[in-house]
Design a protein around this ligand. Structure first.
Ligand SMILES: C[S@@+](CC[C@H](N)C(=O)[O-])C[C@H]1O[C@@H](n2cnc3c(N)ncnc32)[C@H](O)[C@@H]1O
Length: 247
């Protein structure tokens, strides 16, 4: 297991620590959304958590048992530093496991039959994870894997926050103090969805070409979603989308 992977590892931890102040408004939007979720289970299966750079303790403490997964072998140490004390005080029983949680999702779901499942900014990373050169093949494989994962989740209560698109923003927008978020839903019609996406990208001040994180089909049509601006770097922003799917 290497301390560096394309979507996590040392660079990720450095960014999470370094950009805390700039990411805070997005974290607040995310916390507000997480607190609207009503899992009926007190067990959480948390996938792609890294150090939980964006996760609020107040939400984690709602669960009695948490099983956490990430590929990154450094993540448990960073997670423990960030959340360990609060979870211990709240007597939350948590275990961190290192490995490919997406590749063994059916096994994890079977081992945690009642758990609420949360994908923490990982489903938009798949196109960076394949060790192949052909970009078209990367896209195809990522889309195929996402479809498989969604099918495996059938009948479960789950939620995800993930990148939809990312790219450069207008500098005047990037200097805005208040960051945008909106409540929306996954449209049934493609044309309607495109109109809605364009309006949101306008609000974000998107310019130039934005990268598709291939997650447009993750939530079924009609799913209520929260769209959030995430100033990942000063003038390179991500569009994060959060949604919940009930059985
Ligand atoms: C963009 S980072 C987000 C990390 C974390 N959710 C946060 O906000 O700090 C994506 C994380 O997903 C992890 N990851 C990617 N593929 C994974 C997989 N198949 N199984 C488990 N973790 C994975 C990476 O190691 C990385 O830590």
């Amino acid at each position: 297991m290497k301390p560096l992977n394309p979507s996590g590892g040392l660079l990720w931890h450095w960014r999470g620590w370094r950009h805390q102040a700039r990411w805070r408004p997005t974290q607040d939007h995310m916390a507000q959304w997480l607190l609207t979720l009503q899992p009926t289970s007190d067990r959480l299966l948390l996938i792609g958590a890294s150090a939980g750079w964006m996760l609020p303790n107040v939400w984690l403490k709602r669960f009695k048992h948490i099983e956490i997964w990430d590929l990154d072998p450094l993540a448990p140490w960073f997670f423990s530093r960030r959340h360990g004390q609060a979870l211990k005080k709240a007597r939350v029983d948590w275990h961190y496991k290192t490995g490919d949680a997406l590749g063994r999702l059916p096994e994890l779901l079977a081992q945690n039959p009642d758990a609420f499942v949360f994908f923490d900014n990982v489903l938009g990373q798949l196109r960076f994870m394949h060790r192949i050169d052909d970009p078209d093949e990367k896209v195809l494989r990522s889309e195929r894997l996402l479809k498989t994962l969604v099918a495996q989740l059938q009948g479960r209560h789950w939620a995800s926050i993930h990148d939809r698109l990312s790219g450069p923003v207008d500098e005047t927008v990037a200097q805005r103090a208040v960051l945008s978020a909106r409540n929306s839903q996954v449209m049934h019609e493609e044309r309607q969805q495109l109109r809605s996406d364009r309006a949101w990208l306008n609000i974000l001040g998107a310019k130039g070409e934005w990268l598709d994180h291939l997650t447009a089909q993750v939530f079924p049509p009609g799913t209520p979603v929260k769209d959030m601006a995430w100033p990942f770097l000063p003038t390179y922003w991500h569009w994060l989308q959060a949604g919940e799917v009930r059985p």
